[in-house]
Design a protein around this ligand. Structure first.
Ligand SMILES: [Zn+2]
Length: 374
């Protein structure tokens, strides 16, 4: 058994530099001897969920050439232990009925998809193709405007880690969190290659096991609308985001005012047991601002691509209207008006996918005790 110990008072491996300020290329993977070091470096940014101490002790039971596959972390102050299994650190230490219900849904879906190849699941080939194209278009657009970084990046609700892989490929020391390993984080390994590695942590976005202000980039794709408490989730993301760090949110559904008068439009369909919230844009922006983020929405790349190609499908809300608008989209003045002056009114009225780009401008105080009220 091998032991890694965090040196008291060191902040090695930690960076609070906003991404883009450091451009020294990708982080290396394990050294020549095959010694895993990504997981021990993750310990540098971890914090005990129960007592808030950052003095965690790592014990390695088994490892491969990429990462620690089995082991445990224990808090030197309160003694709480966190298991590492199949390379995934489990920080879901508190009982939560809504998380347990969602985990059961993902376990069932894993059974249903039992015959599908993991590499296909990891790339979401089992999902609706229009949904996949739309979410990927917005993700490609995000990657195109991210400076290569080497600071820590958090991918909230990473699912199969397809987005975390892209962040790691851009040089970030990416950490994927999700509430399920089944059909989710366990598929992350499918994305690893000689240039792409990221850590995977089972965690609740309302109780993040990370120290304050460690992430230069916090990111979520179609994840935050699954939170049972948006304000609490964004406050926690804000706590762990570095001052002047970036928050990028893509692919969250936004409810348009016009949807109140329509039947079967914009309804969020999800399996029972999964929290699905459908907020209007003012709720999103209000919560983001209260959490200390300052930013703006961008015109979604997926809508731009579909307007250009005139390729809206029946699964897009207001697709008849969208098809009509697409006919005029090739005229530049119309296009400028649509993406300019009428973008925010459109966002309020029709509810386009949320593409938010912001910066943390004010520090949130960290709660003194993490298990308050439990
Ligand atoms: Zn503790």
């Amino acid at each position: 058994m091998e032991k890694y110990q965090r040196k008291k008072g060191t902040v090695a491996g930690r960076t609070t530099v906003a991404p883009g300020l450091v451009r020294s290329g990708r982080p290396a993977l394990g050294d020549k001897g095959g010694e895993p070091f990504m997981r021990p470096s993750l310990v540098e940014i971890l914090k005990c969920l129960k007592c808030g101490a950052d003095d965690l002790h790592l014990m390695v039971k088994s490892k491969d050439d990429l990462e620690i596959t089995k082991g445990l972390l224990s808090c030197r102050r309160c003694g709480l232990t966190y298991l590492i299994e199949d390379g995934i650190l489990n920080c879901l230490v508190f009982a939560d009925p809504s998380i347990s219900a969602a985990r059961r849904v993902y376990r069932r879906s894993k059974e249903v998809l039992g015959d599908t190849l993991p590499e296909m699941l990891a790339r979401r080939w089992h999902m609706d193709s229009a949904y996949r194209q739309d979410t990927e278009a917005n993700y490609r657009e995000l990657l195109s405007r991210l400076d290569p970084g080497q600071g820590w990046a958090l991918d909230v609700g990473a699912g199969t880690c397809w987005t975390t892989a892209g962040l790691a490929g851009r040089g970030y020391r990416a950490v994927a969190i999700d509430i399920s390993a089944d059909n989710k984080l366990e598929l992350g390994r499918q994305h690893f290659d000689k240039d792409v590695y990221f850590d995977r942590v089972l965690a609740d976005v309302n109780h993040l096991p990370f120290s304050n202000e460690v992430f230069g980039l916090s990111f979520a794709s179609a994840a935050l609308h699954h939170s049972r408490d948006l304000d609490s989730s964004l406050a926690e993301i804000s706590r762990t985001t570095a001052s002047r760090g970036r928050l990028e949110i893509i692919n969250e559904p936004v409810r348009g005012l016009a949807e109140a008068f329509q039947k079967n439009t914009g309804q969020l369909e999800g399996p029972e047991g999964i929290v699905e919230k459908h907020y209007g844009i003012s709720t999103w922006m209000g919560s983001l601002e209260r959490s200390g983020f300052k930013g703006r929405c961008r015109f979604p790349a997926n809508i731009r691509e579909r307007l250009t190609a005139g390729s809206f499908t029946g699964r897009h809300k207001f697709h008849f209207l969208a098809g009509l608008i697409a006919r005029f989209y090739r005229y530049r003045p119309f296009r400028s008006m649509l993406e300019g002056a009428s973008f925010y009114p459109g966002l309020y009225l029709l509810g386009l996918p949320l593409i938010y780009s912001g910066e943390k401008t004010s520090a949130k105080k960290s709660p003194a005790v993490y298990d308050k009220g439990r």
